[in-house]
Design a protein around this ligand. Structure first.
Ligand SMILES: *[C@@H]1O[C@H](CO)[C@@H](O)[C@H](O)[C@H]1NC(C)=O
Length: 308
């Protein structure tokens, strides 16, 4: 009977953010605006870093990677969510659901790795300024960036394969606005303990903690060096080169930690609003922090306006 059910009803239904229909138009307008702003901001930052000579440094090539990741990441979930706010039943194909989950974890974890690499880059810039161009050579930067994308890909691949081994029985209603693992595990009628071990073991502990530690250690070194600088002006100067990265990291790891909290405290409704934060809001905040806080970007933008 189950297999019969499975062949007849391959699709999932995304239940969406809220079933309060009065909110739907309002949320649609707000999220469309934010999504447009975040795509425009990230496109601008990508174009600037690619075309302006002053911004051809390792840090800005990483920022360019980050912008591309952000654009792709927010596009994995937001358009489908916007459609869900307009439609009565937001169907998603079985394959579409797992593709979405794959890209969500692929791009999300690549971003996490990239942020730690960027922290390491700031560490080298502040603590070993004389050897910076030697340590962060073109080749090494490329290898580091490539590792981020590759590790994200492999990590997500394992996750998705594990979730594909589950079988889904009667209910096809995913209580979320995109196909994420926790709501899918709730629907499954197989024993899901192994998946939770994979989520926590592989994701939360091994990869996440390693890169989180790398970032924390980089910042401990940065702070200890900044404290040794005597003049306040010098302190401010050193710190300003990493302030925007630090801000992005705090926002990003803050939401990641919430994502990996234990299952018992898992409340789907809270989780949905948290996901709005990292799917919709964070990708828009990154270009803003990087362009507002970085002197180089501000100068370049000013120069462009002056020549016009
Ligand atoms: C990503 O970063 C690497 C390393 O700095 C760089 O070689 C590459 O061009 C960047 N990719 C993009 C699309 O900016």
């Amino acid at each position: 009977m189950y297999s019969n059910n499975q062949t007849r009803r391959q699709d999932f239904i995304l239940l969406g953010l809220t079933n309060n229909e009065k909110m739907h138009t309002f949320l649609f307008v707000i999220f469309s605006l934010i999504y447009t702003a975040s795509i425009m901001g990230n496109v601008t930052l990508t174009v600037l870093t690619q075309s302006i000579q002053e911004l051809k440094t390792p840090m800005y090539s990483f920022i360019c990677n980050l912008s591309l990741l952000d654009m792709a990441f927010t596009s994995v979930t937001v358009p489908k969510m916007l459609a869900g706010l307009l439609l009565k039943h937001n169907y998603i194909y079985f394959a579409g659901c797992f593709t979405q989950m794959f890209f969500f974890h692929f791009l999300g974890s690549a971003e996490c790795f990239l942020l730690s690499i960027m922290g390491y880059d700031r560490y080298v810039a502040i603590c070993h300024p004389l050897r910076y161009s030697q340590i962060m050579s073109r080749k090494i930067c490329f290898q580091l960036a490539f590792t981020c994308w590759l590790t994200g890909f492999l990590y997500s691949f394992v996750h998705t394969i594990f979730t594909l081994t589950l079988s889904f029985c009667a209910s096809r209603e995913v209580n979320h606005f995109f196909c994420d693992m926790p709501p899918l595990l709730k629907l499954s009628c197989t024993d899901t303990r192994i998946n939770f071990i994979v989520i926590l073991g592989l994701g939360g502990l091994a990869a996440g903690a390693f890169f989180f530690l790398l970032t924390v250690i980089s910042y401990i070194c940065i702070i200890s060096v900044v404290f040794q600088i005597r003049s306040i002006e010098g302190k401010r100067k050193a710190f300003s080169t990493c302030a925007s990265h630090l801000m992005v990291v705090i926002i990003f790891f803050g939401t990641i930690i919430m994502y990996f909290r234990p299952q018992s405290s898992y409340a789907m409704e809270h989780d949905k609003f948290l996901s709005v934060f990292y799917n919709v809001i964070t990708p828009m905040l990154n270009p803003i922090t990087y362009s507002m806080r970085n002197k180089e970007v501000r100068l370049v933008v000013k120069k462009i306006f002056r020549t016009k």
